[in-house]
Design a protein around this ligand. Structure first.
Ligand code: FO1
Length: 330
């Protein structure tokens, strides 16, 4: 049995090759929900959805989010209406008092849908309508995720990290903003001062998460700060990782991260923005997989391979290195 911790791009890419090394029936994936967002009343789980669409074979693999070939008629209509009524585009964070009203899960990540600042495809939106309606009907995020995963034909078990509101808020030189505001609306440009996972101290791991963390854990090449950081901020999560075998796949090729703002965010939390910083981010790691050109050293076993993942065979190669790293520890 193996458990992967996943954000929205790096680890899903690795999972493309996981079946070559781990049986899907014996694989659990715990997904980050810190960058979930409520937009125009719809609850959106970008990392969970990437994993669902990937497992269902319909992921837009150029962008690594959304559904391949999806249309954007509703999204385009929202821009047209906003223009017609004279409302400029851009994120509209709802007033402070509205952030803690209504659906708990949306605390501190609740945005107006006027001129929708994220592009939501039409079929993608249907998933959000379904998820939001099931949540309003009293189902937990775990239950909804399991239903969707089954419906889309996933073989592995997919768990959200928590059923509680944990919101990744980026404190920048331009003020505090939700992760999606920082990343999508501002292109990850503002200078980051601090990263906060609001709500995490009151959050609990979702059902099944602590059991899954008793198995061998693989932290894929995801952003240590905003993809894995929200998980580590939940009480009990880090302690569980300290008690099991953890193999970390580096998301860094030298000082360059594979995707997203990992390097910049590492610096903001005072960790070196390279593989060397992973020892700070993941003090419980028992082994690392790094690029063959990376001369980083750790005081635990290190496996080296070409860790760049463009195709399934690359992912399979990195997964083979993960199995060697597990063997070196267990
Ligand atoms: N990323 C973008 O850069 N622009 C978008 O308009 C956008 C829309 C979007 C809609 C649904 C979804 O599930 C993901 C979406 N993403 C978009 C990706 C997302 O912002 C991040 O890449 C993940 O949250 C990071 O894992």
């Amino acid at each position: 049995m193996v458990t992967f911790l996943s954000g929205g791009t790096g680890t899903p890419k690795l999972l493309d090759g996981a079946a070559a090394a781990f049986s899907p029936d014996e694989t659990t994936v715990i997904a980050n929900t810190g960058d979930d967002i409520e937009l125009g009343g719809l609850f959106i789980c970008p990392d969970v959805d990437t994993l669902i669409f990937q497992g269902g074979g319909i992921l837009d693999r150029d962008r690594w989010w959304g559904i391949e070939g999806d249309t954007t008629r509703t999204h385009d209509a929202l821009q047209d209406i906003a223009g017609a009524v004279g409302l400029e585009g851009g994120p509209r964070y709802l007033p402070k008092e509205r952030q803690t009203e209504g659906r708990d899960l949306a605390r501190w990540r609740r945005f107006s849908g006027v001129a929708e600042f994220m592009e939501i495809g039409d079929r993608d939106r249907a998933v959000h309508v379904t998820r939001t309606s099931l949540l309003d009907d009293g189902h937990s995020l775990s239950e909804v995720t399991a239903k969707l995963a089954r419906g889309f034909g996933l073989q592995l078990d997919l768990l959200p990290m928590t059923n509680d509101p944990v919101s990744s808020l980026i404190h920048t030189s331009d003020g505090m903003m939700h992760f999606q505001e920082f990343w999508v609306a501002h292109g990850g440009e503002p200078t980051v001062r601090n990263v906060e996972f609001r709500g995490s101290s009151d959050a609990e791991p979702a059902p099944g998460v602590l059991d899954a963390l008793e198995e061998t854990v693989v932290i894929g090449p995801s952003n240590p700060v905003t993809s894995i950081g929200p998980m580590l901020s939940i009480p009990g999560f880090g302690a569980a990782l300290a008690d099991t075998t953890v193999v970390v796949v580096s998301p860094f090729l030298g000082a360059d991260a594979f995707s997203g703002p990992a390097g910049k965010l590492m610096e903001a939390v005072n960790a070196e923005p390279s593989s060397a910083g992973l020892a700070t981010a993941y003090p419980f790691a028992d082994a690392f997989v790094v690029d063959e050109s990376d001369d980083v050293s750790f005081d635990v076993p290190v496996e080296r391979t070409d860790i760049e993942i463009d195709e399934r065979r690359d992912a399979a190669r990195v997964c083979q290195a993960v199995t060697r790293a597990i063997d070196a520890v267990e």
